[in-house]
Design a binder for this molecule. Structure first.
Ligand SMILES: [Zn+2]
Length: 255
């Protein structure tokens, strides 16, 4: 029965033109897309708004424009990958600001460690995607600053689609092999620099784990692609193929 209803259901309507114009005005990554990719993003965002429950918490209010902005930013990494990138989860939870989570871990000696982390975003493998609205807004205010928390968390979602969160998304086999080799080499080099206490142009958080490396580099692809290409050319090439041209691809490095 539900399958029958699903077949009859129409494709979700694209966002209203005035609403989308506002999204393009507020989000430079969207405003800089050419007409074909903009149309693709509109259809992905409509899909997102139709399929996902967006839940503001802790007193946050999300009007139609904010919801459309969130949908657009979360769908940016899907411009080439497509709507299959939305599979496997249903809810976007949005906090007003950075949020605290309780962590625990039992070590090898059986001792329970508990601590609190302050996060601006989190993506569970098949659970909700969680964002801090204040951080989304600061990304929007400085779209070429190297940060985009929505893209970061969506990169984790894409990474997890094949069942393993390891910094390598589901790709055709040959490409996946080259991706894994190039990313591993770049990650090892990055970690070695951190261990030598060298300053890095990219956020040192990328050195936490291979999956964080992929997610952080994804943020640079969209917001500071020239910097990424200078620091990690092989990684930048893979991401350009995976995500398509960066909206800031024409932006040279400041001298
Ligand atoms: Zn992360």
């Amino acid at each position: 029965m539900s399958g029958w209803f699903r077949r009859l259901r129409r494709r979700p309507d694209p966002p209203a033109p005035a609403l989308w114009a506002e999204v393009r005005r507020r989000a430079a990554w969207v405003g800089r897309l050419d007409a074909a990719r903009d149309a693709r993003l509109q259809s992905l965002a409509a899909h997102f708004l139709h399929d996902k429950t967006i839940t503001p918490v802790a007193g946050l209010e999300l009007d139609e424009t904010r919801r459309a902005l969130l949908a657009a930013l979360c769908c940016l990494p899907l411009l080439e990958f497509g709507a299959e990138g939305l599979h496997g989860w249903r809810q976007l939870i949005v906090y007003p600001d950075a949020f605290r989570v309780n962590r625990s871990h039992v070590d090898a000696a059986g001792v329970l460690h508990e601590w609190e982390d302050e996060l601006i975003g989190e993506a569970w493998e098949s659970g909700p995607l969680i964002l801090s609205w204040a951080d989304v807004e600061s990304d929007l205010a400085e779209p070429d600053g190297g940060f985009c928390v929505a893209v970061h968390e969506m990169a984790h979602k894409l990474d997890a689609l094949d069942g393993v969160l390891d910094g390598t998304p589901a790709l055709p086999r040959d490409w996946q092999r080259r991706w894994a080799r190039d990313f591993q080499r770049a990650f090892d080099g990055f970690v070695a620099r951190l261990e030598r206490d060298e300053a890095t142009a990219l956020d040192p958080y990328a050195g936490e784990a291979p999956e964080e490396f992929f997610a952080v580099c994804s943020e640079y692809h969209f917001s500071a692609p020239a910097l990424l290409a200078r620091e990690l050319p092989a990684v930048a090439d893979h991401l350009q193929r995976f995500y398509g041209h960066s909206p800031f691809a024409d932006r040279a490095l400041p001298r």
